[in-house]
Each structure stands twice: as structure tokens, then as C-alpha cells.
Design a protein around this ligand. Structure first.
Ligand code: SAH
Length: 343
């Protein structure tokens, strides 16, 4: 008989499992809590009786993803982890330290199917979705390795989270659960390239998480040339979905806007973007492009970045420039997965 991975069970499923073993249901909660303390050995779950431990060892195990490699940035306190999954696939996650706490940036898929022109994560295509417990384990493994509590999670690593919708929902619930990670929904961010029907579905869940939308262009011509998804869901449809999301959740949306030299970073485009977003409850996160080897795009210079930000601000659009972290270890946005191919 194949052993069951207890980490892949929700608390309700764990209770059902314990019932089937003929044990009192409260044991499920004890095991569940141990798992989210990072414990994977039944013997070390000290409040379980010996006969239950023996039973569990017979039919179950606690799965985990393993650290394959770890890179520490020398310019900031960023650490990139490469994890190897049970089937040998690899994903990357990044730990960032800020004054307000530690943020984990996690991957939602092995690879990515979206094909954005500026991003390394999509170069090898999509291999598979991550299970919710594998995504949660990225956070758990980071906490365990660095002995810190992660206080924010951004689903902004490789992959398109809204194409892995059901697993994403379960992930958000477990991150929020007081028995597991106990992180408030407001400290969870999901970043999407703009899968319109799934944004609408997410709006209807009514979870007060932060939605980040990768916009990257003020018009369809530019956006379609950078992001193939725009041909399917052009900007006006995307913004309609965003408006619906805001109406349903009362939450401000973050728009990510990569600044790419001469492609989308001129003053004219800053005005165009201001007009596009006028009146919307949103914040624009400007990200100077992180260069990806082998791609033609260049980062905007600092002067252009500040000018772009200033035009947005002058037009009443909330905007900041994202601090680039971990670029020396290929841990910055758009650089993930590359190190798995290029050594
Ligand atoms: N698929 C999701 C989440 C992963 S990408 C999404 O598209 O939002 C996370 C963020 O990194 C996105 O905003 C993405 O556009 C951005 N990104 C990708 N390549 C980048 C690069 N080379 N430089 C800076 N940001 C990049």
C-alpha cells in the first residue's frame, strides 16, 4: 500500500483520516499543528501515544520539498532557494528581509506557460502546477531553514497562479489558518498577468488579499508585443475585471509596471498610463527591468524612472519604485528559473 502524505491533507481531511484509523479525532489537530511547526518525524510529535505513532509510520509520512541550493545576496539580505520536489522537479523561492518583517516570494508552477517577452521563468515553458502543499512548503522550508517567521507571502515567483486556481485557494486558506501559518489575508499578495475570468472568480471569493496585476504597458499595441495574454484579454477587459475586483473586495489593486528602456518608459507613456488608471483605486509599482541574459530589453535609466513616477504622482496616481533585491543572485523579478538552466 502506498503511504499517504499527511502534508497534502487539509485539517478536515486529516480528521477523516484519523477517524478511519479508529483514533480520537482531536489527534488530527495535534498532528496538523506539528506539521506546520515543520516537524516531519512522527516520533518527535511528543504528545502522540506510541501505538498511534506506530500506526502512522505504517501508512503515512510527512512529505517535504528539499533545499537543493541556496544563494545569499551580497548586496542585500535576500536569499534565493532552489527546492527539489518529490518528483525531482525544481522550483525557486526568494526570502526578502524588510524593516517590517520577512517576505517569502513563492512559485506557483514549475516553469510558466505565459511567454512574456522579458521574463526568464517562461523560457522552458510550463512543466506542471504545484500542489497547494508544495507551495505552502516553500514558506515552511524558508522558515525552518532561516529560523524566522515569514510575515508576508507574495505569489510572484515563477508561474501564473490564477491558472492553478484551486490549489492557490487552498494555499491562501492554509497560510491564513491560525493552526498553520496564521498570516492575515491582507499580508498575502497574488500576482497575475491578467487572466480575466479568474480575476472575476477571485473577486467573488471576497478574500481581502492584495491582487497585483502585471500591466507593463499603457496600451494594447505595446502590451500585446510584450505579453501574449493581452491578445486574449486586452487592456480594457482587464481593467473592467479589476474594477469588478475593487468593487467586490474594496481592496486597492497594485499594478506592476516594468520600465523597459525606449519600449514603455517615455513621458508620453506615463501620461497615457495616468489617463488609463485615473479614478481607479490602485497603486502603481514601477519596476526597472531586471535584465535577463539573451533578451534584447534594457533597463530604463534612473532619470527616466523618476520622471515616470513623477508624472504619475502629478496626475494623482499613487506610485512607487520597487526596490530591486537579490539581482546579484538572479533572484529578482523575472530572473527566476534561469539558474536552473544556465550554470
Ligand atoms: N505570472 C504572474 C506572477 C509571476 S511574475 C504575473 O505575471 O504577475 C512576477 C512579476 O515579475 C510580474 O509582474 C512580472 O511581469 C515581473 N517580471 C517578469 N520579468 C521581469 C523582469 N525581467 N524584470 C522585472 N520584472 C519582471
Amino acid at each position: 500500500m502506498e503511504k499517504i502524505n499527511l502534508k497534502s491533507l487539509t485539517l478536515t481531511q486529516m480528521e477523516e483520516f484519523i477517524r478511519q484509523l479508529g483514533e480520537p479525532v482531536y489527534r488530527a489537530k495535534q498532528i496538523f499543528k506539528w506539521i506546520y511547526k515543520g516537524q516531519t518525524e512522527f516520533e518527535k510529535m511528543t504528545d502522540l501515544p506510541k501505538d498511534l505513532i506506530a500506526k502512522l509510520k505504517d501508512c503515512a509520512y510527512v512529505g517535504k520539498i528539499d533545499i537543493y541550493k541556496k544563494y545569499e545576496s551580497e548586496i542585500d539580505e535576500t536569499t534565493k532557494y532552489i527546492f527539489v520536489l518529490e518528483d525531482g522537479q525544481m522550483v525557486e523561492s526568494v526570502k526578502m528581509k524588510y524593516s517590517f518583517g520577512t517576505t517569502a516570494c513563492i512559485s506557483s508552477q514549475v516553469g510558466c506557460p505565459m511567454g512574456c517577452a522579458f521574463c526568464a521563468s517562461t523560457e522552458g515553458g510550463m512543466v506542471r502546477n504545484l500542489a497547494w502543499w508544495e507551495m505552502a512548503d516553500e514558506v515552511l522550508a524558508i522558515e525552518k531553514d532561516s529560523n524566522v517567521k515569514v510575515s508576508r507571502v507574495v505569489v510572484m515567483g515563477s508561474g501564473e497562479p490564477l491558472l492553478n486556481y484551486d490549489e492557490l485557494m487552498q494555499l491562501l486558506r492554509i497560510l491564513n489558518s491560525p493552526l498553520a501559518f496564521n498570516i492575515s489575508y491582507r499580508r498575502l499578495t497574488v500576482s497575475t498577468c491578467g487572466i480575466v475570468p479568474e480575476i472575476i472568480r477571485l473577486a467573488e471569493e471576497g478574500l481581502p488579499i492584495t491582487l497585483a496585476v502585471s500591466l507593463h504597458a499603457p496600451n494594447d499595441d505595446i502590451r500585446s508585443s510584450l505579453m501574449p495574454i493581452n491578445k486574449r484579454y486586452p487592456i480594457l477587459q482587464l481593467l473592467d475585471a479589476c474594477k469588478y475586483y475593487i468593487m467586490k473586495t474594496k481592496r486597492r489593486i497594485t499594478f506592476e509596471y516594468i520600465l523597459i528602456s525606449d519600449i514603455n518608459d517615455t513621458e508620453q507613456y506615463a501620461y497615457e498610463l495616468s489617463n488609463l488608471l485615473k479614478g481607479l483605486l490602485c497603486h502603481v509599482n514601477l519596476i526597472p527591468l531586471n535584465p535577463v541574459k539573451g533578451k534584447k530589453f534594457k533597463k530604463s535609466d534612473n532619470f527616466r524612472v523618476r520622471k515616470f513616477e513623477q508624472i504619475l504622482l502629478n496626475n494623482g496616481i499613487s506610485a512607487t519604485v520597487r526596490r530591486e533585491m537579490g539581482s546579484d543572485i538572479n533572484a529578482a523579478c523575472g530572473q527566476l528559473r534561469r539558474s536552473l538552466f544556465v550554470r
